[in-house]
Design a protein. Structure first.
Length: 311
């Protein structure tokens, strides 16, 4: 039997033994500004200041909620504790809901706020688009008047608006409550600045295809403006819901009152009831809290952009 001879083999070259390493996909790091440190003293101080401001804003609201769940005796005792001696109770909420037409007032507030929002959004969007894209006589000066009207306090217009509603026989009506609130010069300005940032080439291409001005506004401009339209709608809705002075002046019928006005009519014969007052505030703010939780992204984006930059 012949023995097998071992033939020495040369070590594999580096070219054959080298393994190819494929870089893993890594998340692109956020670029840092020149000289920026992740935990610089300035950033830490800024976070501390913002946290203190947030706590300072939340404390009154939390105190109001805590007081609403106390008995009248605990609320009037002056005890600074968050929970009364008798423990949490729904006594104040039960008293408020049983003494007034809270459900009717809530529906009135919802109906008027939605109507004000839709009408204001329609008027503001059309006016803003006209100022942004159309060239008509007096366009510049009319826009200056709209900008100047932003600084006019709404309280200055209370008396003229009241006499106007009285002349049209709209006192104690829903339309008398809605129509004076649908003019919002600030929203016209915000939407106009947003429309200015939309590329005009998109509209020129649609015009070449035979689209009318209204068709362009409906099919191109509005879909591109959904974020700012949502933000404006939320701001208008919150303002209409919280409005107290004008509904208080123009509405005398208790069945037509809005929630902020109606809750003020629930007055006890025993003087100021602190727990009930706080319960009224919580009930009036609860729908707005729900709206904020649902549309918080649009609200934050609207505050951040304010209609500028076309984002």
């Amino acid at each position: 039997m012949s023995s097998a001879t071992l033939i020495p083999t040369e070590p594999a070259s580096d070219d054959h033994t080298r393994t190819l390493t494929v870089p893993r996909h890594r998340r692109t790091a956020r670029p840092k500004l020149p000289g920026q440190k992740p935990f610089s003293p300035l950033r830490i101080a800024a976070f501390v200041v913002l946290a203190l401001l947030a706590i300072g804003w939340l404390l009154p609201f939390l105190w109001a909620v805590a007081t609403a769940f106390k008995t009248e005796t605990d609320a009037a005792s002056g005890d600074p504790g968050w929970i009364g001696a008798s423990g949490p109770t729904f006594e104040a909420f039960t008293a408020i809901l049983s003494q007034g037409n809270v459900y009717v007032w809530a529906l009135n507030s919802l109906w008027t706020s939605v109507a004000v929002t839709l009408i204001t959004l329609t008027i503001s969007a059309l006016a803003a688009y006209a100022f942004s894209r159309l060239d008509f006589t007096g366009r510049k000066w009319l826009f200056v008047v709209i900008i100047a009207s932003i600084v006019v306090p709404p309280q200055v217009l209370i008396i003229p608006l009241f006499y106007e509603m009285l002349a049209f026989n709209l006192i104690d009506t829903h339309w008398g409550l809605i129509l004076p609130q649908v003019v919002a010069p600030a929203m016209v300005f915000i939407l106009k600045k947003f429309f200015d940032a939309i590329p005009i080439e998109l509209e020129d291409a649609a015009r070449v295809d035979g689209a009318t001005r209204l068709r362009i506004f409906w099919s191109i401009v509005l879909p591109l403006s959904r974020p700012i339209l949502a933000s404006v709608a939320i701001f208008v809705f919150i303002g209409a819901w919280n409005n107290f002075l004008w509904p208080f002046l123009v509405i005398n019928d208790t069945t037509l009152m809005t929630l902020p006005v109606g809750l003020q009519t629930v007055i006890s014969a025993y003087g100021v009831q602190y727990a009930q007052v706080m319960a009224q505030a919580v009930l009036a703010a609860l729908p707005l809290i729900v709206v904020f939780l649902i549309f918080q992204k649009q609200i934050v984006k609207g505050v951040a952009t304010s209609g500028f930059g076309g984002q």
